[in-house]
Design a protein around this ligand. Structure first.
Ligand code: PMP
Length: 318
């Protein structure tokens, strides 16, 4: 925990998990100035704790903070806080394969007022929780063409609390219809695929890996996405960062050129997609061969995270 007031961060400290006391006029409750991150720590066979790409989470937290008028968190505060917390939480990092310690850094406004303006006071906190596998089974997703998650010029690229609040209702409707998640389309024309609710999405069509670019500012720049794209190059997998239109997606599912579809994210790492709903129709994906790209890249990524394979990109912090 650290507190921001009078233009500076103060008093970094470790506190036991406990309720917070907030005033009814707390700015976050009314205007949603709140940003967060999600990353994981793993234990290797020697019992060492390894953290995956915390530097990337640190940078993204501050990109999100800037968009929400929240002051930057200094790198030292983020990294030292994380290191101290992990030292204390060592025994909470599971050593069971597939399990990890989920880490949630977040910053939110703590000022009390009712006028609309940026808060002058904030709290930075990091909390942790041991977690197992997120999706044990392949998921069914629905292409959303009515509601929007993000629009150009909006806040889609930020990991801001309000983005998730706005996504809950459409996701809940899809879940009632039996789908696990939405595949969001662009907020303007609803004609191309952007990402899912908690993951970036990738497709293998005719042997090429296709994923949406993050240049429009409407998609979260996933750290798993970046890791998979980096490994894809190393694995000689052809990659296209471009928008896939809904009609192209439908065609690939109909004519059998769609070989794999999967989500990428910290929680799930790789979540295989077994079914895609488009415009009233359910399309099942073919059974994946064991040497499918998504299986191979998942294996490689896990091996790096658990310290079993060398780490040429410097992704793992000890
Ligand atoms: N998109 C959204 C909307 C997300 O919430 C997440 C999870 N952070 C992702 C993509 C994947 O990002 P990452 O790989 O950094 O977890």
């Amino acid at each position: 925990v650290a507190d921001y007031f009078q233009g500076e961060w103060h008093n970094p400290r470790i506190e036991p998990y406990a309720p917070l006391s907030l005033n009814p006029a707390n700015a976050t409750l009314h205007y949603g100035q709140s940003v967060f991150e999600g990353l994981k720590a793993y234990k290797n066979e020697a019992g060492e704790v390894l953290v995956f790409r915390p530097d990337a989470n640190f940078r993204r937290l501050n990109e999100s903070a800037k968009r929400m008028c929240i002051p930057e968190v200094p790198e030292e505060l983020f990294m030292d806080g994380l290191a101290k917390l992990l030292e204390l939480d060592r025994e909470w990092v599971p050593s069971k394969p597939g399990c990890s310690l989920y880490i949630r850094p977040f910053v939110f406004a703590t000022d009390d007022f009712l006028g609309i303006r940026p808060s002058q006071k904030y709290k930075f906190m990091i909390l942790t929780s041991p977690v197992g596998q997120y999706y044990a089974k392949p998921v069914a997703v629905k292409v959303e063409t009515h509601f929007s998650r993000a629009i150009e010029g909006g806040t889609g690229y930020a990991k801001a609390a309000g983005n998730y609040a706005g996504s809950l209702y459409p996701a809940m409707c899809a879940q009632k219809e039996g789908y696990d998640q939405l595949l969001w389309t662009d907020g303007k024309t609803h004609q191309h695929i952007e990402e899912s609710g908690t993951m970036n999405v990738m497709f293998v069509i005719n042997g090429t890996l296709i994923t949406a670019p993050t240049t429009t500012g409407t998609i979260l720049k996933g750290i798993t996405r970046d890791s998979v794209l980096t490994l894809a190059k190393e694995m000689d997998m052809p990659v296209q960062e471009r928008f896939l239109s809904v009609s192209e997606l439908k065609e690939a599912l109909e004519n059998g050129t769609m070989q794999e579809a999967f989500g990428t994210g910290t929680a799930a790492t790789i979540a295989h997609i077994r079914l895609i709903h488009i415009d009233g129709n359910d399309y099942s994906l073919p059974e994946k061969p064991r040497d499918a790209f998504s299986n191979r890249v998942l294996h490689k990524l896990d091996a790096i995270k658990y310290g079993k394979e060398k780490d040429p990109y410097g992704w793992v912090y000890r």
